[in-house]
Each structure stands twice: as C-alpha cells, then as structure tokens.
Design a protein around this ligand. Structure first.
Ligand SMILES: C[S@@+](CC[C@H](N)C(=O)[O-])C[C@H]1O[C@@H](n2cnc3c(N)ncnc32)[C@H](O)[C@@H]1O
Length: 97
C-alpha cells in the first residue's frame, strides 16, 4: 500500500498516483469542505464517490457540484460521533449515472 500527500485543490493529473487510473474516490474533507477539490474529482470521472463530512453545510454545498455533473445520490448515513455537540458526521455515496 502506498500513501501520497498533495494539495488536492491543485491539478493532480501529473501526480504518479493518477497514472494507473482509479474509479472510486473516498473524500474525508475538513470542516470547511472541499469546494476547490470537486472540479478535479469530476474531471477524473470516478464511478463512485464517498464523501465523509463533519459539516452538513459544506457537504450540501459540495454535493451540488457532483449532482450537477452527472452523479446521483445513492445513500446517506449520519453518525452522531460527537454527542452533546452541534457536530454531525455524514457519509454520502454518489455514483455516476
Ligand atoms: C477530516 S480530516 C481527514 C483525516 C483523515 N481521514 C485521517 O484519518 O487522517 C481532513 C483532512 O483534509 C486535509 N486537507 C484539507 N485541505 C486539503 C487539501 N486542499 N488537499 C489535501 N488535503 C487537505 C486536512 O489536512 C485534514 O487532514
């Protein structure tokens, strides 16, 4: 197994790990979301995207980018991982139509 680190808001298409191609993305964004990353994910056209988020507001915002780019929402699960706080962990599965 290999681990790579890169700023995903930049064009990653020349990164070595993109050469082999991939058809699934697991995105675990920071609370601010991943607005600057969504266009890059969409360009790779993965079959499935799992988006994990601890901020439903930014999750909803970033989901729009996928939903308007040919993805459909397959499943949503919410986990109360931070009881007695206003924070909520969500996992959303999107698939390309
Ligand atoms: C919710 S945490 C995910 C933690 C991860 N699942 C783990 O177990 O280490 C969000 C992560 O996104 C990273 N991040 C934020 N902006 C990024 C960016 N533009 N490119 C790459 N990673 C970014 C943060 O550094 C942080 O580690």
């Amino acid at each position: 197994m290999s681990f790579w680190q890169h700023n995903l808001e930049e064009n990653v298409s020349r990164q070595p790990w993109t050469a082999q191609g991939f058809n699934k993305v697991l995105l675990d964004s920071a609370r601010a979301g991943a607005a600057g990353v969504m266009a890059h994910i969409i360009r790779f056209a993965p079959q499935r995207v799992v988006y994990m988020s601890c901020n439903p507001m930014t999750l909803a915002r970033d989901s729009q980018a996928l939903l308007t780019s040919g993805y459909q929402l397959e499943r949503v699960t919410m986990l109360d991982m931070f009881p007695h706080t206003g924070h909520l962990e969500s996992m959303v599965l999107f698939s390309r139509k």
